[in-house]
Design a protein around this ligand. Structure first.
Ligand SMILES: [Zn+2]
Ligand SMILES: [Zn+2]
Length: 220
């Protein structure tokens, strides 16, 4: 849906009644009137309140149907189909306008995720911790790919993963258990542990934390 919306943003649709550029909107769930879908989740709509179709529509609808309403010019994306869509008021579609900035941001995130996923297969050979960390710390990334990323932690065996992962909020995701397990493995492989008082990494053999000075002997 995201990629389709971005393609549509490149289309230019102009209202034949007022010459103003049409606005990309999310389509209402059903075709108002006959209950059929539009066949598109997006519509280009003229939201110009000075558009002649819209201005003259009030009187027309009143005379024709005896209720309050008017028309907005509408076009189906990627087609030449256009309709006069009946609306009950000026705000009919203002809440459905596609948020272009949010869409672009969403796309940037999506592209970054795609890139990280593509890098996952060769990440151990390339020692690419960054791609793995991207997926693990992006809670909206694909859950299966995040699980796969978590499996790369032990073979990557990089202590640099610990601090960002410990500081990340995974929410209710069970991924955190896999990650905690991986961190334990990595620490053991380096003969290290986290000081329970200051969270710094210290040697397993240390009796006193070199960072905070607390006694670690009693923990044995
Ligand atoms: Zn217009
Ligand atoms: Zn300490």
């Amino acid at each position: 849906m995201l990629e389709r919306a971005l393609t549509y943003l490149k289309e230019k649709h102009t209202c034949p009644h007022c010459n103003q550029e049409l606005t990309l909107c999310h389509a209402p769930p059903v075709h108002i009137g006959d209950g059929l879908g539009w066949g598109s989740e997006f519509l280009f709509i003229c939201l110009n309140d000075n558009c002649s179709l819209y201005v003259n529509g009030w009187e027309f609808v009143e005379n024709q149907y005896g209720h309050v309403g008017s028309y907005r010019h509408m076009e189906i994306p990627n087609s030449k189909e256009s309709y006069n869509m009946m609306v009950a008021g000026a705000g009919a579609f203002t809440g459905s306008i596609v948020d272009v900035e949010a869409l672009k941001k969403q796309n940037t995130r999506y592209q970054a995720e795609k890139k990280a996923i593509a890098a996952l297969d060769g990440c151990v050979e390339a020692h690419d911790l960054e791609s793995v960390m991207y997926l693990l710390t992006d809670n909206s990334a694909n859950p299966d790919e995040r699980k796969r990323a978590a499996e790369m932690l032990i073979p990557l065996n990089d202590l640099d993963c610990i601090e960002p992962l410990r500081n990340h909020n995974f929410g209710k995701n069970h991924l955190e258990q896999d990650i905690n397990m991986a961190i334990s493995h990595i620490l053991a492989a380096h003969f290290l542990r986290e000081c329970p008082y200051c969270a710094e990494l210290v040697k397993v053999r240390a009796k006193v934390c070199k960072h905070c000075g607390k006694d670690l002997a009693e923990l044995e």
